[in-house]
Write a protein that binds this ligand. Structure first.
Ligand SMILES: [Zn+2]
Length: 98
């Protein structure tokens, strides 16, 4: 977690943070809970999108409650220091009512 904070403070982090978050949202949409989102589980390379790795704590069959209610997505936004303004271009993810 400390290295995430250093990363966030060191550069214009928004593009990478939004990319990580967007990937996580896509995972949740597919029913996968990562279970251990941390800096050590994100591979960063210059001029490449970040890649979330290590699914050893993941769970399939996750019924996501949506961005407003899902704990992992809420914690990810805090970890990545993302506010609503940063996510204005990200497709909003809400569970549909059946
Ligand atoms: Zn979720």
């Amino acid at each position: 977690m400390h290295s995430f904070i250093l990363f966030i403070l060191s550069t214009n982090h928004t593009e990478y943070s939004v990319s990580i978050y967007t990937g996580l949202v896509a995972m949740h949409r597919a029913g996968v809970l990562h279970g251990d989102l941390a800096a050590r589980n994100v591979v960063m390379r210059p001029e490449h999108p970040p890649v979330i790795i290590d699914f050893s704590h993941s769970q399939v069959g996750h019924s996501c409650l949506g961005e407003a209610l899902c704990n992992e997505l809420i914690e990810a936004r805090k970890l990545l220091a993302l506010g609503d303004a940063d996510l204005s271009g990200v497709e909003q993810y809400q569970t549909s009512s059946l």
